[in-house]
Design a binder for this molecule. Sequence first.
Ligand SMILES: Nc1ncnc2c1ncn2[C@@H]1O[C@H](COP(=O)(O)OP(=O)(O)OP(=O)(O)O)[C@@H](O)[C@H]1O
Length: 248
Amino acid sequence: MQPILSARHIRKAYGAFIALKDISFDIPRGERHALIGPNGAGKSTFIACIAGQLPGVEGEMIFKGENILALPPARLAKRGIGRTFQISRAFLHMSVLENMMAAYVIASGKWASLSGRVYAEKIDRAHAMLETVGLAERSRDTVADLSLGDRKRLEFGMALAADPDLLLLDEPTAGMSIKERHFLMEMVAERVDATGKTLIFVEHDIDVVMKIARRVTVMVRGAILAQGSPEDIKANDEVQAVYLGGGH
Ligand SMILES: Nc1ncnc2c1ncn2[C@@H]1O[C@H](COP(=O)(O)OP(=O)(O)OP(=O)(O)O)[C@@H](O)[C@H]1O
């Protein structure tokens, strides 16, 4: 099967510093793929390259057969690439339901002309998504009052509102307790599989990676060190030496 995403010789420099040296790999449709590696390896830079958030990226990023490297984030969203964003400060004092509604309105691209029927339909979808991400009981609460774990669930639900084919999550579990991390990522995996999406996520917790990823790419200093199943990666001596063994 044709991969949903093919990175070909991706190179990105910040001034004189080369953050991504020559990254090439394929992601099959429906895969749950983890990017791991020590701090500064280039994981976030690579995610930002796919999401169209960085200028001056060289190479080719083929998504569903089209080179998307020069496309701005809004066009990428339309083509089916989604990522989570932190809920901005201005929205923290709105309710959970209002934030989810906003995500549906933004995803539809119809800002100004919400007819009563369209509005009712979006409310229904927003309620259904809150149910899906386990926040139905919190719909009237203010986002600022949510726990970090619940806020991440909401951000994930908001990213799903655009129904992306490829979902990018950059350290979705950062700052969470071990229990919350597993709870969030099990829900993410279940949703990704149930809706036939493809997932690329950056994760530092190797236990979460082992449980959630079907395949893992290990990055070190802007290059790929290893790629394989979570079991292969854990057993790889080089990966143990530079990352998993704790010597980083
Ligand atoms: N805007 C920038 N300007 C200059 N250098 C940058 C910029 N953004 C990132 N870098 C550098 O590029 C390298 C890769 O950074 P990146 O954030 O992609 O790594 P990472 O693997 O995601 O690290 P972490 O796990 O710490 O988030 C780092 O050395 C970082 O300092």
